[in-house]
Design a protein around this ligand. Structure first.
Ligand code: ADP
Length: 559
């Protein structure tokens, strides 16, 4: 039996350069960054201003087919491709999201890539890193405290405690906090009301953090966040509570992009990290744009399958940030395709061409969607040791026969070297294919039409059903003038439908829009489908059970 080093073993035996060397190689001057220990740094926001006239590097987005619970290796391929592009002579910066402790403690393990394609120091990145997520959590909860205090102190704004939409946040999977009652214990303890927690990475503060262009924009967006409705059903914002200054202050250091390195010393900006199923799924605009000033190319990632992260990257982030992605790389794995072909989880490691073939429609649907956006696409087959040559060749031939660029990526086992073919293919595709990127929908159509467009064109739904609540909200939001915003869908990542059990490429299904949430500061309307949760729970055997610290203080069990 073959044995492999775990991600953390590889990471712990790697030789990192001091962060000043990485920063120095990018020509960043001393005043434009600050070290956070030996291997992490934060770049100043002024740097962007200084580099204003530098031509933008090309942005390559990495997405995936509908994933298995373990993830299909988007972060791994993002890091591997970034390393590979550097090897083939393109100065490339990687722009990733910061991991959330929820999935780390739950089932997914870390999110700093894998094998020989990881960002470092992976222990820090997977735990508290530079404290950004804590700062975001604190800003979120400061606003919650201000709301409840306002009501306690006399409620001048006439806030209806039954219509407070702002929730508290915690960066943890903790289902017991989904619905709570606060303010119990009599007049001195505040006003009792129903409340609840979202995971930090689903919060609007996180979304704003990732969509803001600069500090001023951050403040303006924070002030626009709708926190509640008053007794006349009019929206109350963070601005009404005059909270934006304090919240911006709490975020002023966090908002500066973190710089780290990969195992091959490629620079990586790891900054911001909303989930893609219940939020918009992309790292910060500030980091992506800065990376494109610092490198000839940027490889960035959007969460979960192309139906979620990539759709939101292309319809929300790129539109707001004025980014025109040069290409999209879609990660496919033999194991996930076999799962979509009906093979049970415990057999995914066994060769099975028939299941693989049956699973291809999942990739096919994602490719059709990306085509709608008009961006050049390359399929990256993320190689697992259990894949047979026949299985990999099958996917390649399937793509070839349809005129779709596809390459194997062996970056988990071989690092950048294993991604050179993919890197060259990406460069060639950018050179030769016409880029007709445009968002899927115009902003000036109704909320209903936008939601239906995504459900039908991206998911392949036959019908979209709106709950009575959602219908009422669409009308209300339109009256408030919020109907010109893009949509951020909240949907399970496992299926194109809102039922996580419908794998492959389900057809003619009905999708149910349960409820809408205004994220006016972020600049989108969230549409919640099925029973997707904005505060996840832990599984029966959480990854946390395998975590420990060795006697010499090293992390154990972070995958
Ligand atoms: P995603 O970004 O799609 O969620 P990740 O890149 O975080 O996926 O990878 C999820 C897990 O799978 C990581 O622990 C990583 O080490 C592992 N992994 C990724 N690619 C491979 C591969 N080719 N072979 C083995 N393990 C892999």
């Amino acid at each position: 039996k073959l044995t492999f080093k775990s991600d953390i073993e590889i990471a712990q035996s790697a030789k990192m350069l001091r962060i000043e060397e990485i920063v120095g190689q990018l020509g960043i001057e001393e005043d434009d960054w600050e070290p956070y220990g030996r291997y992490k740094g934060k770049l100043s926001l002024d740097l962007f201003q200084k580099l204003q006239n530098v031509e933008d590097g090309k942005v390559v987005l990495v997405t995936a087919i509908s994933p298995t619970p373990a993830g299909e290796g988007k972060s791994t391929v993002t890091v591997g491709l970034g390393q590979a592009l550097n090897r083939v002579g393109k100065k490339t910066i990687i722009a990733l999201r910061e991991p959330s402790l929820g999935p780390s403690m739950g089932i997914k393990g870390g999110a700093a890539g894998g094998g020989y394609s990881q960002v470092m120091p992976m222990e820090d990145i997977n735990l508290h890193f530079t404290g950004d997520l804590h700062a975001i959590t604190t800003a979120n909860n400061a606003l919650a405290a201000l709301i409840d205090n306002h009501i306690h102190q006399g409620n001048e704004l006439n806030i209806d405690p039954r219509r407070i939409v702002w929730k508290r946040a915690l960066d943890m999977n903790d289902r017991a906090l989904r619905k709570i009652v606060i303010g119990l214990g009599g007049p001195v303890q505040g006003v009792p009301r129903e409340d609840g927690f979202d995971i930090t990475v689903a919060s609007e503060v996180m979304a704003i953090f990732c969509l803001a262009n600069d500090l001023e924009d951050l403040k303006i967006r924070l002030s626009k966040m709708v926190v509640a409705f008053d007794y006349d059903n009019q929206p109350i914002t963070a601005g009404h509570l005059n909270a934006q200054g304090a919240l911006t202050l709490l975020l002023k250091d966090a908002i500066r992009p973190n710089i780290v390195q990969t195992l091959e010393n490629t620079p990586a900006l790891v900054h911001g990290g909303p989930f893609a199923n219940i939020a918009h799924g992309c790292n910060s605009v500030i980091a992506t744009k800065l990376a494109s000033k610092l490198g000839e190319m940027v490889v960035t990632e959007a969460g979960f399958g192309a139906d979620l992260g990539a759709e939101k990257f292309l319809d929300i982030k790129a539109r707001y940030a004025g980014i025109k992605p040069s290409a999209v790389v879609i990660v496919a794995t033999v194991r996930a395709l076999k799962m979509h072909g009906g093979l049970a989880k415990e057999y995914l490691k066994n060769p099975d061409l028939e299941a693989l073939q049956k699973g291809m429609p999942n990739l096919e649907k994602h490719l059709e969607t990306l085509k709608e956006f008009g961006v050049p696409v390359v399929v990256a087959i993320n190689k697992f040791v259990t894949d047979t040559d026949e299985e990999v060749a099958f996917i390649k031939e399937w793509c070839d026969s349809r005129g779709i660029a596809a390459e194997e990526a062996d970056v988990w086992a071989k690092g950048g070297q294993g991604g050179e073919a993919l890197a060259k293919r990406v460069l060639e595709t950018i050179e030769t294919e016409e880029n007709k990127y445009k968002p899927l929908y115009e902003l000036n159509v109704s909320l209903q039409e936008k939601i239906e467009t995504i459900c039908k064109k991206v998911y392949g739904a036959g019908e979209v059903q709106f709950s009575p609540k959602a219908v009422k909200q669409m009308k209300q939001f339109t009256d408030f003038g919020w109907d010109q915003l893009p949509i951020c869908m909240a949907k399970t990542q496992y299926s194109f439908s809102d039922d996580p059990k419908k794998l492959g490429r389900p057809k003619n299904f009905t999708i149910t829009i349960r409820e809408l949430k205004p994220s006016i500061g972020a600049g989108f309307i969230v549409a919640l489908t099925g029973d997707v949760m904005t505060m996840p729970g832990l599984p029966k055997v959480p990854a946390a059970n395998n975590m420990d610290v060795s006697e010499d203080g090293k992390a154990v069990g972070l995958f």
